[in-house]
Design a protein around this ligand. Structure first.
Ligand SMILES: Cc1ncc(C[n+]2csc(CCOP(=O)(O)OP(=O)(O)O)c2C)c(N)n1
Length: 336
């Protein structure tokens, strides 16, 4: 079977649906405002643990999420804030979770790298590179077995391209024609190593080896990502087997918050903003007469309110630390 390769066109210059682009812009602005707030909160010592920000990569999260339906599911990475917010995670519950508060979506125990919300099909973020990929495969198998009509999405970075689990997943997903969308956010970096230093192949060739459809898209063009994802999910929902979508994008911040990025050329750091997906979308919207400043202001107020609510929320009590660790199942009770 030959690879059905669709290089998505950069649609930014073409005519567009103002309402649809406004919605995509709103999602990107929400992610940007939340993560910009987190830079300050982290510097202030108000966020426990590490956080990995996706500033500059919002086009992928917003574009992919825009093509998903209620029944779909997703698994994400250590850099997953954008994906879960784009999927519709409650902003206050999210902020409380990242700030380790009792009212957080996972009672403050998951934090940035383990936040989940099963009511939205969000199977969880994951600090282990590539670990969300087989989780999403399992979910895709469940969609198929239960005939939900849903697709499962695995977001992963270019660092996971060299992980065996991706190769095994491609094999199983292809053999069993599962509705699995593998979204690679290729920002050119894996921690402090350029992609070329840690992956000897090409994702396109890897997909081809397993007879999996592959498409590549400019991840900084949110409309192009939305359209490419719509094409991919149409194929998945038609039962035609898995799909790899590689989105080229730009990591603006360091690997983790606080990383001074000394390993990166000054020239590269100076030019990262030229690829900003929000700037490109804002320009198009303003030309179409949309008041993007009003959108940004409303989102700013929403994020400020969520931050204040998180600050006011209690920290989890130490005596509750082992609550909810084990579930009470019939089996356990029978054994006891
Ligand atoms: C299995 C595994 N190996 C190594 C690490 C250490 N590690 C954490 S993030 C990371 C790089 C991830 O790069 P990429 O997947 O491209 O995502 P990005 O950070 O660029 O979003 C590595 C090697 C890990 N967490 N898990």
């Amino acid at each position: 079977m030959s690879v059905d390769k669709k290089k998505a066109e950069n649609s930014a210059a073409a005519s567009f649906d103002v309402e649809a682009l406004s919605a995509l812009y709103r999602t990107m602005s929400l992610i940007r405002h939340v993560e910009t707030a987190l830079t300050r909160l982290f510097a202030n010592g108000e966020v426990p643990g590490f956080i990995h920000l996706s500033i500059g990569q919002e086009g992928v999260a917003a574009g992919v999420a825009s093509a998903l339906l209620k029944q779909d599911s997703l698994a994400t990475t250590h850099r997953g804030h954008g994906h879960v917010l784009a999927r519709g995670m409650d902003v206050t519950g999210f902020m409380k979770e990242i700030m380790g508060r009792e009212g957080g979506l996972c009672k403050g125990r998951g934090g940035s790298m383990h936040v989940a919300d099963l009511s939205l099909g969000i199977l969880g973020a994951n600090g282990i590179v590539g670990a969300g990929i087989p989780i999403a495969l399992g979910s895709a198998m469940a969609h198929k077995a239960r005939k939900t009509g849903g697709v499962a999405v695995a977001f992963f970075g270019d660092g996971a391209m060299a992980e065996g689990v991706l190769h095994e997943t491609l094999n199983m997903a292809s053999l069993w024609k599962t509705p699995l969308l593998l979204v690679c956010e290729n920002n050119g970096w894996s921690e402090f190593s350029p992609t070329s230093r840690q992956f000897a192949a090409k994702l396109e060739k890897l997909a081809e080896a397993f007879s999996v459809t592959y498409a590549q898209v400019d991840g900084n063009d949110v409309q192009a990502v939305a359209e490419a994802t719509r094409i991919a999910t149409d194929q998945l929902r038609a039962g035609k087997g898995p799909y790899v979508l590689e989105c080229s994008t730009t990591r603006v911040r360091g690997h983790f918050e606080g990383d001074a990025q000394k390993y990166r050329d000054a020239g590269e750091l100076e030019s990262v903003h030229e690829h900003d997906p929000l700037t490109a979308a804002r320009k198009l919207l303003q030309e179409a007469g949309v008041d993007t400043a009003a959108i940004d202001q409303a989102i700013h107020a929403e994020v400020e309110a969520a931050t204040e609510a998180a600050r006011a929320d209690a920290l989890p009590r130490p005596e509750d630390a082992i609550r909810d660790v084990y579930t009470q199942t019939g089996k356990q009770e029978a054994r006891a």
